[in-house]
Design a protein around this ligand. Sequence first.
Ligand code: AMP
Length: 849
Amino acid sequence: MRILTRMRRIAFAASPSGLSFVLLSWILVLASSYAQNSSLSIGGKLKLNQTIISGGKEFELGFFTPRGSASNQRYLGIWYYNITQTVVWVANRENPIAADDSDAALVLSDNGDAVILDGSGKTVWSAGVSTPSPNGTFARLDDTGNFVITQASTGVPLWESFRHPTDTFLRDMRFSRNTTTKQALVWTSWKSATDPSPGQFSLGLDHNSSELYLWNGSVPIWRTGLLKGRTFTGVTTMSAFYIFGFNPETNGDEFSISVSPSFAGKMRFVLDYTGSIVEYRWNESSGKWFDYWGRPSNKCDSYNRCGAFGICDPSRSSICSCLPGFEQSSGGCARRIPVGCAGNSSSGPGSDSSGFLTIPAVKPPDQALWIRSIQSKDDCQAVCLNNCSCTAFAYAPDLECMIWTGRLLDIQQFPSPGNGVDIYLRLDRSELENKKPKPWKVAIYVVISTIVAICCAIFFYFMWRHRRKPRESTKEEEKRESTAYRPCSSMNSCSVSFDTILPNKEGEETGQGLPLIDLGTVRDATSNFSNENKLGEGGFGPVYRGKLPEGQEIAVKRLSRSSGQGLEEFMNEVKLIAKLQHRNLVKLVGCCIEEQEKILIYEYMPNKSLDAFLFDKKLIPQLDWGKRFRIVMGIARGLLYLHQDSRLKVVHRDLKASNILLDATLNPKISDFGLARIFGADQSQVNTCRVMGTYGYMSPEYAMEGRFSIKSDVFSFGVLVLEIVSGKRMTRFQHEELNLNLLGYSWKLWKEGKALELLDPSLDGQCNEDEVMRCIHVGLLCVQDEATDRPAMFSVVQMLGSAAANLYEPQMPAYSRRRHLLESDTSSTDGDPRFQSINKHTITIVEAR
Ligand code: AMP
């Protein structure tokens, strides 16, 4: 209306000639159509074939039929303007209108209510507004995606779609709760991908705290943990990637939490019908949504996975254990020794037999009691000691004092300090004394360790002198050693010196405690790097099998001096793996830098690498379908951990069959982090002129333009999945007649509805067809040409893991025709000066930019 008035004024300001009359009429037509297109006034109607578009053309409101739905029904909804149907709100979720009911409409009724009437005049849905003075009331769709009914006289919103959400949280929405009635806004999933009626999953604020819960019916299945500062304590990667901050606010009797995204583009959080919360971001250049983040993402995210007094650690193979001082009992964990409690007796706090054990960096247990106005940890501890049913407490300046009474539920161990909170577990003193050795024991321990250390130092000194003698013969070597030799004794652990060489990009401490193993020990362990002990040769040098004096079997990666892996890549690998721990990542046991040697020592994987199995006719029969599927899932989980669940965001950059190691039970472990890169909090892509990776596994945008991101790893994962299913090597397979590589051939079979023919003939049809189809489908989605068309690993894990997952259709993958680029994994330049291979496996492509 204001626009209309302003335009009229402009027109009258012009001369009252015929021209201005024409101009006026034209402006009025324009203005009225604008008014009609962005809002409804009293009596205004929106028919099934009409829409309202927000002023800045961000959102559109109208009737729609869900994409992919076979039904002939219409829902009133809001979606993004000019983007393939992305519905963010639905009005008549349970009462759709028949598509041929041409008289049905949304009407702004005389009492200011928004009502959907079907052709017979029956009310199908109503906003429920009734205003005594409806004059001038209008309904408008804002550019935020909020449909608002406003009373013109007061300008006060009478009703907002933002306060009646469906399954989508938009950036200007708020999670809120009435502090008196405890009623909270609730987001509810759709029933299925094509049915907007309320599904079984819902999301909203807890009745009392600053915590969000995801429910399946009335059962909690995930929670965010309490808000600490601007991040949730129960969401691991929040501090690293979600600095955008959640802002709590109390306004009158409303407590709310809003979001300040650091991402400026279009974004939305969707509670999908499978019970996951997924954050989608819009990529302007590709014109596609990509899934950026999602929860629940690991088994420990699922609510109270390990029961009362249990703790869940997703990085361990057996994820559940009891808290210290507790032991397994029927139905969960129970205290070993009951806590004798003096409570608030006259003898005062602390006089009972209990004390506290720190459990660092955990998702704080559910159902905390907040104790206000406590200024210190000691005071908080005193509150807990004074309450006989207090089982734990936590104190942090942002959270103040929290205590738990009764059972401790839903505790998750986070990978590192800085995530979650430290809780103090109440235990009987005798339990703590077990942990704290008596002073006299400590003294004896110190004396004995000192004597042993001195003896060892003397022994190793003589050993070292003995070994070095023959090498000190030439002047040349003396000179070299004086400049390059870094004696181990000057370092306590590998990480100490690395920080001075490689600046720590994340500002975090490096992997402390990684043992430095001296060269003599490594030589002894590997029979002086004998050929018989050689396991294989990777991009940066040979790998030897060995045994440490204490019996542990190891794999020793000796970086060849001629290799492309310089000190930087070496440090990179050490720093990275030392910080990461997951059952699907290979474990670094130690390292050694001595006499120009750079050596990494890993746990030994008796089944070597996946390629050794997959592409060997004798060994392949050992990989039945069940094992292959577990390997695919394991790699996917390891990669998800690297991309999202660890405290860092790591892009591996060289994922391939030879970098997947298999332990004794054929559990896969991702290895070789020489090329891996840590990404910053909001970094989604890096451009490099030094393209390094392996032919056939490299995504097109990385190989051609030097752009890499987590989606480059997704591409390599897709190739790997298709190799595992087909038993064919990407770099060797060629369909002669059709000139197709593995990706093109998989696509051809998929399009022809014959995807199962891709299955490795050695499996002899013995497989779970549903799993095979899912693997091929996901594999093809992962090798899409456009990075944004590839799913994030979060979705990959979900799609692979659930038969009910809704998978979108793949397009033709990248490199479908066999290209020169893929022709050999042994060639060095292929006649193209841009491509230079440094070895037969991993290549460096240096591209002039
Ligand atoms: P890489 O340099 O990491 O690519 O390793 C080269 C080869 O050495 C691999 O393909 C494996 O066959 C073998 N290898 C590497 N690490 C290990 C390990 N931890 N245990 C057993 N074999 C390994």
